[in-house]
Design a protein around this ligand. Structure first.
Ligand SMILES: [Mg+2]
Length: 182
């Protein structure tokens, strides 16, 4: 499987509030791994809104929820201070180590997990190459992307073109809307 094939998400949704979690549960998913920056909150935001806290608390009743972030302990712990959710910081996505740790924390198999994130090159590629499915969401705020993310977005544009060319049906179904939304 080439890189671009591992960048195809299971689904795309406009935000974490739009994901059909009930359906995922019916499909055998019992754990949700979330990216933090630009998936839950923008890079320029420090804390979660009440709606985010409620959503993640509610999801915690039905799923093992783990946050996997490439950012620092300080930032993640501060953002999640109102929640009792385990998290991995400096996860180094798309490397496998963060996903591995999260699986250990949740005590589950890869097939039971859905990774949810806003970046093809870290969240989706990282999860898929390790055997975990991924849901892509619209970035909270594209303008607040950090430098490294801006670089990843350039790679992403190349990958998106490849998928559009070689797998037009999958592109249409799972990525076209993502491109249009940004
Ligand atoms: Mg992100």
């Amino acid at each position: 499987m080439s890189v671009y094939q591992k960048c195809i998400p299971h689904e795309y949704h406009a935000s974490i509030f739009e994901i059909p979690y009930k359906t995922l549960k019916e499909q055998g998913i019992n754990s949700l791994f979330f990216d933090l920056d630009n998936t839950i909150i923008g890079y320029d935001e420090i804390s979660l809104s009440k709606d985010h806290v409620k959503l993640l608390n509610d999801l915690g009743k039905d799923f093992n929820v783990v946050i996997i972030s490439n950012t620092s302990f300080k930032r993640v712990s501060l953002a999640l201070k109102d929640l009792k959710v385990p998290f991995i910081w400096h996860a180094k996505k798309p490397l496998k180590c963060g996903f591995k740790k999260a699986l250990k924390l949740a005590k589950v198999n890869k097939e039971e997990v859905m990774m949810i994130g806003d970046q093809l090159m870290t969240d989706i590629f990282g999860a898929t190459r390790y055997g975990i499915k991924g849901i892509l969401v619209k970035s909270v705020k594209r303008k607040s992307d950090r430098k490294i993310t801006q670089f990843n977005r350039k790679l992403e544009a190349i990958v998106l073109k490849k998928i559009e060319k070689n797998l037009p049906e999958l592109y249409e179904e799972r990525l076209k809307q993502y491109v249009q939304d940004h």
